[in-house]
Design a protein around this ligand. Sequence first.
Ligand SMILES: [Zn+2]
Length: 155
Amino acid sequence: MKLEEIMVKDVIRISPDDNTAGAAKRMREKRVGCLVVTIGQTIKGILTDRDLLNCLSEAHNPYQCRVSNHMTTPVIVEKPGEELLRAVEVMAQRRIKRLPVVIDGKIVGIVSFSDISRVMHEQAQSFWSTWVSITSLARAQALHCRSPENPASYH
Ligand SMILES: [Zn+2]
């Protein structure tokens, strides 16, 4: 499975020149813990709720402090054609929960660790339901083929 199949295309963005109070408001409104910092479509950084906590704990004025002061840059990104498992590896190694997906530096989507675990869970479930239907089919066939003279041959 490739990232383009599970990425969220509606990326919540903010400009590096916005202030951190605006970033907090945007995270709350959109119910996300992370904003992708862009100029136009070009990705410049990533800003998480934790970065906003740093801003507060450093006693900055959130109406004057800019997103660019706290964003993480450069950003680790992947291409839409990248394999899901490769992305999981990168996220584990870099200890990141979200991975922006870009084409030539332009943002096209984002994948989060929670999206990936949901997909993996669904795949595991579909694997098991396929497994169950195969085994019940095999069982039905075995019943059908059971010899009436020797019913003990089937268990
Ligand atoms: Zn600040």
